[in-house]
Each structure stands twice: as C-alpha cells, then as structure tokens.
Design a protein. Structure first.
Lengths: 398, 259
C-alpha cells in the first residue's frame, strides 16, 4: 500500500538514469540560454514517456490489444517526479505534453482525430498545447471570451489565450483551445474545445514570455483573428468544453504534485549534502540544530508530498479501472496539489538559505529551483482555487 | 542470427568501492548494476536482431544479485537469459570465468555471434573475450567501434591511437565492442513488463560439466596479496602566468608524460 510496485520502481531507475545522463549535464546551459531542447523531446518519446497513459494502438504502453493494462497514470507521475528532480522545465514539458496536449485528444477525440495526432505526439515527434487561460479569464476559466462562430463547414475563431505551454515549439502540431460557440437555453455561454493546427492562417503564436523561472519550458500567448478550421476539428460535442477542461485539470493537478515532489526531494538531497560538508565556526553547519532541524523539515515535506501525490495517483488509476468515484480523485488531487506546491516553495527557501551566498548563485542548482518553484502554486489552478475545491467538497456554503 | 551477449554484474562505479578481507572485490557492501560497458554489447545485439531475424540470449556468471544484470538486459529487449550461479565460482580469475562462459555458451547452442563489452567496469582486464574466443575456437574480433553484418560474416572498425583498422571475419565469431559503438537504450515501461514473461535459466557448474576444482579463488592462477586505498587527491598546482605560462604548462605536461 505504501510502496509502488517493483515495475514502477524499475521504471523509476530507467528514468533516473536517463535524466542523469541526458539532461543534467546540459540543463544549466539550456536554462541560461532559454533553449528548448527539441531533440530531447524525441528521446523522451523513444523511452515511451509520452505514451504511459496511451493505449498501444496509438503507440503507447497503457493498454495492449488484449486489454491488459501495462503502464498507468502512476507511472507517468514517477516519470514527472524523476525528471522534475533534475529539472522542473523538462518535467513540465512532459506533464503538459501528456496532460494538456495528449489527454484531451485521447479522452474526447474521435477515431480520426486520434489517428491524426496521437502517434506523433506519443513518439515525441510532436507536441500539443491546451489553451484555456485568457488575458481576462484565468482562475475563472468559465469566463472565456474567445469566440468560435460556425460559418459553413468552418469554425471561425477570434480571441486570445495567455501562457500556453508547449504551444510554440518547432514541433508543436496542434493547440486545443476553448471558445464560446453559442449560448445555451439558460443564457449561459456554451464552451467548446476546438483543435487548431500550428500554422493555420489567423493563428499567431506570440513571442515567448520573459519568465521568472521555467526558462527551458515553452510558453506563449496566442491570438486568433478570423482563424478558420474545419468543423471536424471540434473535440467531442459542442458545449462540452467546460466539463472537458475540468477533467483535464484534475489529472494535471496530480502531475503538478509529482513535479513538486521531485523538487522537494532534490532540495532535501542538496541541503543534506551541503549541511554535512560546508564548515563554519570549525564544524559542519549541519551540526547546528538551527540548520539540522530545517533539513529534518525538508525530509517531512518530501515524505508528505510523496504520500499525497501517490495516493491521488492511485485513486486516479482506480477510477480508471472503475473502482473509485471522480469525486474522490478531485478532492485528493486538490489536497496534493495544494500541499506539495506550497511545500516546494518553502523547500527552496530553506535550501537556498542553507547554501548561504552560494544559494544565490546560478552556479548552484538551488538557485534555478528557487526560481522554478513559484509557478507550482499558480499553474493548473492557484492555491486559492485548490482551497475552493476542497471547501466545496467539504460542503461549506458558497 | 542467434546472438549470445555476455554481461557482468559489477559494483556501482559511482559508489565507494572496496575489497573484502580476502582481497576480492566487495560485492555486498555496495549497490551493484549491469556493467555499463556491457550495455553497448546488448544494444548492438538488439540492433542486429531487430534488423533481421534472430534471438538475443544474455549470459552472466555471478552471485544471486547478478540476476539483476540479466533482468536489465531483458528489460532492454533481450529475449532470454542464462545465469550461472554456483558458490564454487566465487573469486574465479579470468581463465576460470572464460571456462564457465564457454561451457555455458556450448550448452545454450551454437550462436552465430558472441558479443561482449570491451572490459568490465570493476576488473577492467579486457582479457575474458579473447580467452573465451580461444576456448570456443571462434575468431576473436575485439574492440569494435562499428559493427556490420554482411552476408556470412561481420565487418568491424577498430580505432587505434594512430590508425583505424577495418577487420572482417567469418561467422560464427566473438566480437567485443567499445563504448563508441552506439547509444544504449533505456528500458521502457513496456520493456519492463515484457521482461517479466521472458525465460531465465539458472545453471550450476554440474549442469555445465565443469569441475569445482577448475574454478574459484583457490584455483586462480594469480592472487591479490594486498590492496591499498588510493591516497586522497592532492591539491592541484597553480601555474602563475608571468608571460611564460604557456611554456610552464608545456613543461608540466611533458614532465608528467602527458605529451
Ligand atoms: C508558465 C505558465 C504556464 C501556463 N500554462 C498554461 C497552459 O498550458 N494552458 C492554460 O490554459 N493555462 C496555462 N497557464 C495559466 C495558469 O493556469 C493561470 O495563470 C492560473 O490558472 C491563474 O490564472 P490567472 O493568471 O488569470 O490569475 P487570476 O485568476 O487573475 O488570479 C489572480 C489571483 O487572485 C486569486 N483569486 C482569483 N479568484 C479568487 C477567488 N474566487 N478567491 C480567492 N482568490 C482568488 C488567485 O488565486 C490569484 O492569486 C500557465 C501559466 C503560467 C505562468
């Protein structure tokens, strides 16, 4: 119950080796140059990382033709954790690539849409994004202003999206965007998800943002001006966009917890090492309780993050096997995301403090993680939004 | 093409390696793993098998934990495994190890190709492949940094200090490969699950018809009398550049026989 299977642990070892050899040696440089390593995405694809929740018929390893389940969402969390331990930007590239890029198409697409996009996405030859957030609609994602109007056999899209991960890489093939398509009988807007292939006329990928962290990750604003896509690009049914993205976000929150867990574990390891070797006043700084207790706190944060993340991931897998309700998953996901992301921010603060002046220097990886941590409390629902979800589950008045 | 890849389970080179009281490598105190240099041989075998038809068998001689090396090779994609496990083998030298490997390969069948790494990351003697080829009566083609199967034979490239050789051999043959030959794959989740269903045989010396008196530490041709820990690295020497930095550097390198 409190350990993952031997298969998951063997897989962890493979991802750990991969990250140590293929990512760690380059990551400081990539971060400094804000370089997105397209080639690495291909190698991650070869290792099967993008196919962990995708059935074999689209190139994944989640389910084979005879119906036996192989890899699962827990395996994806293991991969994100281990990549995140080495670098957060690479971890989010996988997390968003699967959770926001592949998932909506896999869950809501028809057979033709799946056959068109999934094989390349799973192989790491392509990436997809999911555009929900807008300049005027973030936490309140239902407030989408982007509009899509039916014109003959096309949807004509107008509007803008903000902060869309993986939307502008050399290999981005498609971005799924939410847009108002009509008004329901109750007068509320009907939100639908529509796939917009990269390079479509009227679809502009704005220059990359200047970000505090996640320098290696690809993030752009998107604008749509009379952008036309065929009606067949609608994902699922018209008006189901709101429900679709809520489902997408639940998985995403657990994935972010795994990313945060990787970070906190790294802070624990780096701080333990430094506190044991760095000397001041004639002895290792870790010999002072003031420092040692902080390292102990890091261990508690890492362990708590681990338990919350994998409990939520297990519930999600159990849900997929028809044994748990989505309500349970939602609640566990919100708790895990809230705790692990806030712990990650605290962990980087503690670790940089233990590193003293060196902690402020980019020469030491703690500085990069310090910059990277903050977004964990914001993306895929802010900490406040998680608290709202939890309060709702508890039945508090709203 | 049937390929046997010989692999070794070694102490992790990244950890604090040590010797036991009888001056053999301590295989208990540190974590072990499949010798990284053997991963290149596995990868090469998989590439050959994937390009045509064939079966890849991994073979290891080692203690209980050495099953981990076989497991990793199967996770990478090898088809089956053979683990030679016998307490009498502990402490064997290279001639004895090559004897056990040779008898195991005969029992597996007559492969078209035997592949090995260029050395193990613990012993680093690089002699087992040659001894093994001799015992099997196979052509030995060592230190291949490129390998192609052509018709009934193989062609390899061997990079020397001053020249590059291209060597051809008929099959069957034994080839040892270097770490320049390819980039070994990492096991995927699919590979990890598939490995669980692959057959692994465990044989003892009696299965191979090898007498315990031919192997083990007591029968080794050589013995390690003493081991001493390498002294900690000394402080580096700073060469101050007073206009003659280049000359001083060259002198230093020449004195240390680096150039
Ligand atoms: C690097 C990066 C990558 C991203 N990638 C993607 C992506 O791929 N796709 C995508 O669609 N989005 C993406 N986002 C957007 C992200 O999900 C949003 O930024 C986030 O949901 C918050 O929305 P907002 O920025 O509009 O903040 P706002 O909603 O304006 O919130 C501002 C503040 O007010 C608080 N707040 C708002 N409402 C309440 C309330 N009712 N009660 C209490 N507090 C409240 C919030 O918690 C927050 O602290 C990304 C963002 C970043 C920074």
């Amino acid at each position: 119950m409190f350990e993952l299977s031997q298969d998951h642990e063997d897989f962890r070892k493979a991802v750990r080796d991969f990250a140590a050899s293929e990512i760690e040696p380059h990551v400081a440089q990539w971060d400094k140059e804000k370089h997105f390593p397209t080639e690495l995405v291909g190698r991650m694809g070869e290792l099967g990382l993008f196919g962990l929740v995708v059935p074999e018929e689209y190139g994944g390893s989640a389910e084979v033709a005879d119906g036996t389940v192989q890899s699962d969402f827990t395996a994806l969390c293991v991969a994100i954790e281990e990549l995140g331990y080495v670098d957060q930007s690479i971890g989010i590239t996988l997390s968003a690539g699967v959770g926001l890029g592949i998932n909506p198409i896999l869950s809501f697409g028809d057979e033709e849409q799946k056959q068109t996009y999934l094989p390349d996405l799973v192989a790491g030859r392509a990436l997809a994004g999911f555009g929900l957030t807008e300049p005027e609609a973030g936490s309140d994602a239902g407030g989408t202003r982007t509009k899509a109007v039916r014109d003959g056999d096309d949807w004509v899209i107008n509007g803008a999206k903000s902060f869309i991960t993986n939307s502008g890489t050399d290999i981005t093939s498609v971005v799924t965007v939410t847009a108002k398509t009509s008004e329901g009988e109750d007068g509320r807007p009907q939100i639908s998800a529509i796939m917009v292939p990269s390079g479509t006329d009227g679809f502009t990928v704005e220059p990359p943002y200047d970000k505090l962290g996640w320098h290696i990750s690809d993030t752009h604003g998107l604008t749509f001006e009379d952008c036309r896509v065929p009606v067949g690009n609608l994902l699922g049914e018209e008006g189901s966009g709101f429900r679709q993205f809520l489902k997408t976000l639940d998985d995403g929150r657990i994935a972010i917890s795994a990313l945060a867990l990787g970070l906190t574990r790294r802070m624990l390891d780096l701080a333990t090492d430094y506190a044991s070797t760095r000397e001041a006043f004639g002895r290792p700084i870790g010999a002072n309780q003031g420092v040692a207790f902080q390292v102990s706190d890091l261990a508690v944060m890492a362990e708590t993050s681990r338990v919350l993340t994998y409990k939520a991931a297990w519930l999600k897998d159990e849900h997929d096997r028809g044994r748990r309700s989505m309500k349970d998953v939602k609640h566990a996901a919100a708790i895990a995301k809230l705790y692990t992301s806030e712990a990650a921010v605290s962990a980087t603060r503690i670790a940089t403090q233990i590193f003293g002046g060196n902690g402020f220097m980019e020469e030491y990886p703690v500085a990069r993680f310090y910059r990277d941590a903050k977004i964990l409390e914001i993306g895929e629902g802010t900490s406040e939004v998680q608290r709202m979800v939890i309060a709702r589950h508890l039945g508090l008045p709203s | 093409m049937n390929i046997v890849v010989c692999v070794k389970y070694v102490p992790d080179a990244q950890s604090e390696r040590a010797f036991t009281e009888d001056n053999t490598t301590d295989r208990e105190g540190v974590d072990g793993l499949l010798s990284e240099l053997d991963e290149y041989a596995i990868e090469e075998a998989l590439k050959i098998a994937e390009a045509g038809e064939g079966e890849v068998t991994v073979l290891t001689v080692g203690p209980d934990d050495a099953a981990e090396a076989v497991k990793k090779a199967l996770q990478m994609g090898a088809d089956k495994g053979v683990h030679i496990l016998d307490e009498a083998i502990a402490g064997s030298d290279a001639p004895a190890t090559s004897l056990v490997l040779a008898e195991a390969i005969k029992k597996i069948g007559s492969p078209d190709l035997v592949l090995t790494g260029m050395a193990s990351t613990d012993g680093t003697m690089s002699v087992v492949p040659a001894m093994l080829a001799e015992r099997l009566g196979l052509p030995q083609v060592t230190f291949a940094s490129e390998l192609t199967v052509e018709g009934e034979g193989v062609k390899i490239r061997r990079d020397g200090d001053s020249s590059t050789e291209t060597i051809e051999s008929s099959l069957p043959a034994l080839v040892s490969v270097t770490d320049q030959i390819n980039e070994p794959r990492y096991p995927s989740f699919k590979g990890i699950m598939a490995a669980k269903k692959k057959p692994v045989e465990t044989w003892g010396l009696s299965d191979l018809g090898v007498d315990a008196g031919q192997v083990g530490q007591a029968n080794a041709w050589t013995a390690v009398l003493e081991t001493t820990k390498r002294p900690p690295r000394e402080q580096g020497e700073v060469v101050a550049d007073e206009g003659d930095g280049g000359t001083k550097l060259a002198e230093f390198l020449a004195a240390q026989k680096f150039v």
